[in-house]
Write a protein that binds this ligand. Structure first.
Ligand SMILES: C[S@@+](CC[C@H](N)C(=O)[O-])C[C@H]1O[C@@H](n2cnc3c(N)ncnc32)[C@H](O)[C@@H]1O
Length: 240
């Protein structure tokens, strides 16, 4: 696997992202926990807390992967959730978790591409995307699709890695990501190159105000930025 974050050959990037997540699907949850010291669970809980206030009746979790966010949303009263992902193997791990947690009634996982969603216009109250947007082949196309399927005044919540603004923190963040994460990947992963792609793409991906401006440029309004853990991840809340 030699996937590059800014790969020019567009048709193969999506294909390679799909293959890469297929290849790490069984270890994904374990490594996600090890690499973030389980902070990813807290950030996903933050998304749930925002959703509780919004009280959605139907939600779409894009790039749902192993369905953590979809399952959280599925625990809300009267909320039906669809989780969509291009990696069938990530979905397969997610489906097992849904059965284990008795959430089959409220959460449905489907294969699908964020950039070509099959859902109707103005359909969902809430769309969430956790650690997914930086893997999109065409970021703006994916965000426009999220906008299209949201109802008027509906909310998009994005959780994505970001780079700390403070130089000292950024130095330690860089040291950590360039030593601890490759070491953990070496010990626990079958596909080490997948983790170097994930690191490189995190460093290159727009964050903070830059990402807010992209959300506004595709048509979202009232974008809020909520940095998490010294800005190593960020939650963006945008309104249609
Ligand atoms: C880092 S995982 C995140 C999984 C989950 N949302 C989480 O927060 O743990 C990224 C996921 O995005 C999916 N993905 C990447 N590009 C996609 C696209 N164009 N459409 C749908 N899913 C996509 C991958 O298959 C993978 O499961």
């Amino acid at each position: 696997m030699t996937l590059k974050p800014n790969q020019k050959s567009k048709s193969s990037k999506k294909n390679q992202v799909e293959k890469m997540f297929d290849s790490i699907s069984f270890e994904y949850d374990l490594l996600n926990g090890i690499m973030t010291f389980n902070s990813h669970k807290r950030w996903k809980q933050n998304i749930l807390n925002i959703a509780k206030i919004l009280q959605p009746n139907n939600a779409l979790d894009i790039a749902t992967g192993t369905a953590d966010i979809a399952m959280n949303l599925g625990s809300l009263p009267n909320c039906r959730v669809v989780g969509v992902d291009i990696s069938e193997k990530m979905l397969s791990v997610g489906r097992q978790k849904i059965i284990k947690n008795n959430l089959e009634e409220s959460v449905l996982l489907e294969t699908g591409d964020a950039e070509n969603l099959k859902y109707k216009d103005n359909y969902f109250d809430l769309v969430t995307i956790g650690f997914g947007v930086r893997n999109f082949q065409d970021l703006k196309k994916g965000l426009k699709e999220s906008l299209r399927v949201l109802k008027e005044n509906g909310t998009l919540i994005i959780l994505e890695t970001s780079i700390p603004e403070n130089r000292v923190i950024r130095f330690f963040y860089s040291l950590f990501t360039r030593t601890y994460i490759p070491l953990m990947a070496k010990i626990f992963s079958k596909d080490k190159s997948a983790y170097s792609y994930l690191l490189d793409s995190a460093e290159l991906f727009p964050c903070g105000i830059e990402f807010k401006n992209i959300l506004k440029s595709v048509g979202f309004s009232k974008v809020q930025i909520k940095p998490k853990f010294f800005g190593s991840s960020t939650i963006y809340i945008a309104t249609k």
